[in-house]
Design a protein around this ligand. Structure first.
Ligand code: PHE
Ligand code: NA
Length: 481
């Protein structure tokens, strides 16, 4: 039988796992949610959740994958009687996220080419590219959005077809360090703009945004916790199938605890760095620009580059390229999470290496979702998620923010419900069905240290599930009421 090929080195694994974690969630989700939810207070809650849920679930998922040597569907099937179906839930989340992720990745590609074009134009002293105009044009020209989205899908597919060591690891080992360098350059530019300090206050001074009218309503405690929790799962790629799958390609001799800590710390660091890149720029150059949703990335940031003068297009290229790198390294982990099981199954059944075939099938599925998001076909026909869920009986009804838009809706289902639910069920599986010893045994299988096991044990049994219930409660409350 053919061998199951994994990562060539621990560094390669780390770059791929950090690549999966670092993505659009860091660049637009984190800074904007942090500012709108109390700044520093949000950060503290986020860090607490990262320690008692993020790290714990990361350990559990990496161990689950490595112990079974299977993608998420196979891994749960091997390990658990009660939760043998849980891998399917994870793959469903991955697939949903992949659809809108590719659409957004495509937009980013478009912004790279726009800024490249503008660089030459600006060289002759005339180029202007204001964000609202550019975004409006892209939204009006949906054919173009579809093409860029599909290019992004194809890119993702080609890398995944190359395999774990040959495709994913190679791309991430170059792409992630490059991303880091580009991010540092953009931060220096953003933080040295005149007026940048207002942005730092928005992020780090509790209550500043509220006192200055940047946000209108004080968030309540429950909603802060559940926003932080949902954001954390999405940001760390947890509660679905990605980290299980990557763990399954990790060598037995590597240290799980060390890797889990590095991934969590790096993702949080990059989220803060992304905030330092995006937010001060907005306060300095586009003080009325929107801070949330796709507008932050595609309108506000483009305005910032537009107003930067001659160097604007160069920073625009750097920034959007950085976002493309971040998005591709995440989308490949999503596609890999979807196809790994089928590749494993074919190999086990002696059908040989079917990676290319399944990557193609997965990519076609993702492409279809991506086209739906880009065309926003239902949205254009005037049908919003709210209508389908029967929430707009009376047009004057106050409907929740996510319900007007299909992209928001997919995002909220995945980030708000499916991922915390997946994490909750996994912690119940380890805490109460199999026992946390299973993770300990896997983490120390070749004599490695798992110093935080005491903490892990308490968390996975009590603290993580309770925190997940809290997050879910907050999300569901916002979802339906
Ligand atoms: N972690 C990615 C981000 O922050 C999103 C993602 C979620 C990627 C789940 C893979 C799996 O953007
Ligand atoms: Na992230």
């Amino acid at each position: 039988m053919e061998e199951r090929k994994g990562f060539g080195s621990n560094f390669g694994f780390l770059m791929a796992a950090i690549g999966s974690a670092v993505g659009l969630g860091n660049i637009w989700g984190f800074p904007n949610k942090m500012g709108a939810n109390g700044g520093f207070t949000f950060l503290i809650i986020y860090l607490i959740l990262a320690a008692c849920c993020g790290f714990i679930v990361m350990m559990g998922e990496l161990a689950l994958g490595r112990k079974t040597g299977r993608g998420a569907i196979g891994a749960y099937k091997v390990l658990s009687k009660r939760f043998k179906w849980l891998g399917w839930l994870g793959v469903l989340s991955a697939f949903l996220i992949l659809g809108f992720y590719c659409a957004l990745g495509g937009y980013c590609l478009k912004y790279v080419t726009l800024n490249v074009g503008n660089l030459f134009h600006a060289g002759f002293g005339t180029g202007t590219l204001d964000g609202a105009g550019v975004f409006g044009a892209l939204m009006a020209n949906q054919g173009e959005a579809v093409i860029y989205g599909l290019i992004f899908v194809a890119l993702t597919m080609i890398i995944v077809m190359g395999g774990v060591g040959g495709g994913i690891e190679k791309v991430c080992s170059v792409g992630m360090p490059a991303l880091f360098v580009m991010l540092v350059i953009c931060i220096i530019r953003s933080c040295t703009l005149e007026g940048a300090s207002e942005g730092l206050k928005y992020m780090f001074v509790p209550g500043w945004a509220l006192a200055n009218g940047v946000i209108k309503e004080a968030p309540d405690f429950f909603s802060v916790v559940s926003t932080a929790g949902g954001q954390m799962f999405f940001s760390l790629s947890l509660g679905m199938a990605a980290m299980i799958t990557y763990g399954s390609y990790l060598d037995k001799k590597e240290n799980l605890q060390k890797n889990a800590i590095i991934i969590v710390v790096m993702d949080t660091l990059v989220a803060l760095m992304a905030g330092l890149c995006v937010i001060p720029g907005r306060f300095a150059l586009d003080p009325t620009g929107k801070l949330g949703g796709p507008s932050l990335l595609f309108v506000t940031m483009q305005n910032v580059f537009d107003r930067m003068g001659a160097a604007g297009p160069i920073f625009g290229i750097l920034f959007y390229l950085l976002v493309v790198f971040a998005a591709v390294s995440s989308s490949i982990s999503l596609l890999e999470a979807v196809v790994a099981h089928f590749v494993d199954k074919a190999r086990d059944e002696g059908k040989g290496d079917k990676r290319k075939l399944y990557s193609l099938i997965g990519a076609i599925g993702a492409g279809i979702l991506c086209v739906i998001v880009c065309l926003d076909a239902l949205g254009n026909a005037g049908i919003s998620p709210a209508d389908i869920l029967g929430m707009r009986v009376d047009p004057s009804d106050k409907v929740p923010t996510w319900s007007a838009d299909w992209l928001d809706f997919f995002d909220c289902i995945a980030e708000g419900i499916l991922m915390p639910l997946g994490a909750l069920l996994m912690s119940i599986m380890y805490g109460w069905e199999l026992g946390p010893e299973v993770v300990h045994a896997e983490a120390t299988c070749e004599g490695q240290k798992f110093g935080a096991y005491g903490w892990f044990r308490i968390c996975i049994k009590y603290i993580t599930p309770l925190a997940m219930l809290l997050v879910l409660y907050g999300q569901i409350k916002e979802f339906f009421f």
